[in-house]
Design a binder for this molecule. Structure first.
Ligand code: NAD
Length: 249
């Protein structure tokens, strides 16, 4: 399927597990992908792999917590690819989540603020930079990345959960405000796409209503669909791709 032929797509945080799979899938559907990440070397490796496979991709450093770097990356992307009408916001400070994101009593305020600045404000900054071109074109598709944590009740990772709940509301705000102008915004909420040796993997596996574990490609397929014309009538949705893990039983 080549549903994104020639489309310029900006990916914020495209070098990790899910970001890499999304960039590859978007490129395989014909998109010209601008891969950004705080891990510049990893972003370059993703772009290189796409180019070697016959696609078009570019890479650049971007720190979601640094708005100047977001502006610089968009400026470069527009220079290379022209107007950016498709954007995928995926990056998140997960190391911070594992190491310092505790309950409300124990989390240090600096960790809370950096989590929100990276996972939520950073994506707002990308959206603010992307919207004018979309409005001018009367065409835009934004796919952000949420998590089941946004609506779960958990005793840990409070900042992460709040950041993802914020993403959900940002999605609805953008869809409600710009839908009539031809701009769609949705989020994908991935299930546990984690290494086999991840500490809670056995528990997660029990919650999956599927005979297999998920992969980055499962999430990437939804990202590509939401960006394509197949997703043209989907707006303001948070779509769980999690083998029913978040389903109430
Ligand atoms: N894998 C899962 O089970 C799962 C489940 C639910 C939600 N998610 C969400 O999916 C997205 C991708 O997660 P993943 O599992 O691929 O994790 P990952 O750690 O492999 O990827 C995260 C990416 O974000 C980048 N990043 C971190 N801080 C950044 C910053 N300040 N600026 C720019 N980039 C930055 C990292 O370098 C990395 O490439 C995240 O938004 C995460 O919250 C993942």
């Amino acid at each position: 399927m080549r549903r994104l032929e020639g489309q310029a797509v900006f990916v914020a945080g495209g070098a990790g597990r899910l970001g890499t799979a999304a960039c590859r899938r978007l490129a395989s559907e014909g998109a010209r992908v601008f891969v950004t990440d705080i891990d510049e070397a990893a972003a370059s490796a993703v772009a290189k792999g796409i180019v070697e496979a016959g696609g078009e991709a570019h890479a650049m450093y971007l720190d979601l917590a640094d708005h100047d770097s977001i502006d610089a990356a968009f400026t470069e992307a527009e220079k290379r690819l022209g107007p950016i009408l498709r954007m995928h916001g995926n990056g998140a400070a997960l190391k911070l989540m594992y190491e310092r994101d505790l309950g409300a009593l124990d989390i240090d305020i600096e960790a809370w603020e950096l989590t929100l600045r990276t996972n939520l404000t950073g994506h707002l900054a990308c959206v603010k930079r992307a919207l004018p071109a979309m409005i001018e074109a009367g065409d835009g598709a934004i796919v952000l990345t949420s998590s089941g944590a946004a609506h779960a009740a958990e005793p840990i990772r409070v900042a992460y959960a709040v950041s993802k709940a914020g993403i959900n509301q940002l999605v609805r705000h953008l869809a409600a405000t710009w839908g009539k102008a031809g701009i769609r915004c949705n989020a994908v909420a991935p299930g546990a796409i984690l290494p086999e040796d991840f500490p809670q993997m056995d528990l997660y596996k029990m919650a999956m209503k599927s005979p297999r574990v998920g992969t980055g490609d499962d999430i990437a397929a939804m990202v590509a669909m939401l960006m394509s014309s197949d997703g043209e009538w989907i707006n303001g949705q948070i779509i769980s791709v999690d083998a029913g893990m978040s389903m109430r039983s």
